[in-house]
Design a protein around this ligand. Structure first.
Ligand code: PEP
Ligand code: MN
Length: 341
C-alpha cells in the first residue's frame, strides 16, 4: 500500500507516519522530491491490509491510503504518479521529452571501429553511445568483449564525441569498474533476474538500462526494476528487446504491447530495442518506427561501420547511412504524435 500525505504535511507528521509504519513491522520508503509526499509500505506481514489501511488513513497529515494489488510498488504509478525523467549526464529520457536515440556497435572491437561508428551515430543524431565491453554470449567460444580495454575505448569515444556512454555490466563484481567508465549501466536480458547484480547496480547510483528477459513477463521486468529502486536509485529505464515465442522468422518477437502496458503501470521511461527484437537489419527501421509510434521514450539501435566484419550481432547492425535515414524517419514519426527526436 502507499500512504499519500496531504499537500504541505509537516516533517513531524511524515516522521510520525514513518514510525507507525515501522512499528507495524513494515519498511517505509519515502518518495523524495515531490510536493506531496508518498510513503510506500513495503514488506510481507500477515495482517489484515484493509484494517491497517484504515488505521494509517486516520493518522495526522494523511490524505489517503491506497492498496496496491500488484507486487511491484516503487515502480508503480500509485507510488509515483508523474512520469519519471532519467538523466544520463544531461541527456533526459521520459515524460514526453524528445525521444532519445542510443546507438553504437554491439561490441567494442577496436579503437578505429568504435571511434568511426561513434562519430557516425553522433552526426546522425544519436544522443547516447552504446557499446559492449563485457558481452553475454550464448557460446563460450564466441567473442566475449575487450573488458576494461573496451571501457577505456568507450571513455575515449565519449571524449571525442561528447556522447554519454551506456555499457553492459555482466557480473556484480564488475559494477564498480564499469561504473567508473560508464554513464549508464546496462543490465542485459539474460541477467534481468540476477538479483545481486540488480542490487549492486542500484547501489551504484548510476542510471540503469534494464532489459526485459526474453522469457520474462512485464510484471517480472517491473519486479526486477523494483530491486534497483529499493536501493534508493530512481534512475531506471526499461527496455523491450523482444521475447521468445514460437515464431522463428525473426530472432525474437517484439512485444509492442509492452510499451503502453509499461507506461500505464509504471512511471519509468521505456525504450524499444528493435535490433535484438528482430535480429535483422532489414526489419530494424519498421520496428523502431513502431516503437516510437507506440510511445517509447527512446530507441536502442545497433550500428556498425562494417557490419559484415562485426564480431557480434553483425546481421542486425545498421550501416551508418541507413541509421542516418532512420533517424530522420523517427523524427517524422515522433512529430506526428506531438513529440520530437
Ligand atoms: C546487447 O544489448 O548487445 C545484448 C546482448 O542485448 P540483450 O541482453 O537484450 O540480448
Ligand atoms: Mn547486441
Amino acid at each position: 500500500m502507499v500512504i499519500v500525505m496531504k499537500m504541505g504535511a509537516s516533517e513531524e507528521q511524515v516522521a510520525a507516519v514513518v514510525a507507525d509504519v515501522e512499528s507495524a513491522g513494515f519498511r517505509p520508503f519515502i518518495n523524495p522530491g515531490v510536493e506531496r509526499k508518498v510513503i510506500a509500505v513495503l514488506g510481507e506481514v500477515d495482517v489484515d491490509k484493509a484494517q491497517l489501511a484504515d488505521h494509517f488513513s486516520e493518522l495526522s497529515g494523511v490524505e489517503r491510503v491506497q492498496l496496491i494489488s500488484e507486487p511491484f510498488k516503487l515502480s508503480s504509478r500509485s507510488y509515483h504518479p508523474q512520469d519519471r525523467v532519467v538523466n544520463v549526464k544531461g541527456v533526459q529520457i521520459g515524460a514526453g521529452l524528445p525521444v532519445v536515440i542510443m546507438a553504437g556497435p554491439c561490441s567494442v572491437e577496436s579503437r578505429s571501429q568504435l571511434l568511426e561508428t561513434a562519430h557516425a551515430v553522433k552526426e546522425a543524431g544519436a544522443r547516447l553511445l552504446r557499446g559492449g565491453a563485457f558481452k553475454p554470449r550464448t557460446s563460450p567460444h564466441s567473442f566475449q568483449g575487450l573488458g576494461e580495454d573496451g571501457l577505456e575505448l568507450l571513455a575515449e569515444a565519449r571524449e571525442a564525441t561528447g556522447l554519454p556512454v551506456v555499457t553492459e555490466v555482466l557480473d556484480s563484481h564488475d559494477v564498480p569498474l564499469v561504473a567508473r567508465y560508464a554513464d549508464m549501466l546496462q543490465i542485459g536480458a539474460r541477467n534481468m533476474q540476477n538479483f545481486i547484480l540488480l542490487k549492486w547496480a542500484g547501489e551504484s547510483g548510476h542510471p540503469v538500462l534494464l532489459k526485459r528477459g526474453m522469457g520474462s513477463k512485464v510484471k517480472e521486468l517491473l519486479m526486477a526494476a523494483e530491486y534497483i529502486l529499493a536501493e534508493g536509485n530512481s534512475q531506471v529505464v526499461l527496455c523491450e528487446r523482444g521475447i521468445t515465442t514460437f515464431e522463428d522468422s525473426t530472432r525474437n518477437t517484439t512485444d509492442i504491447n509492452a510499451v503502453p502496458v509499461l507506461k500505464h503501470a509504471s512511471h519509468l521511461p521505456v525504450v524499444v530495442d528493435p535490433s535484438h527484437a528482430t535480429g535483422s537489419w532489414r526489419y530494424v527501421p519498421a520496428v523502431a518506427r513502431a516503437g516510437v509510434a507506440a510511445g517509447a521514450d527512446g530507441v536502442l539501435i545497433e550500428v556498425h561501420n562494417n557490419p559484415a566484419q562485426a564480431k557480434s550481432d553483425g546481421p542486425q547492425s545498421l550501416k551508418p547511412e541507413k541509421f542516418r535515414a532512420l533517424v530522420e524517419e523517427l523524427r517524422r514519426v515522433a512529430q506526428a504524435i506531438g513529440r520530437d527526436v
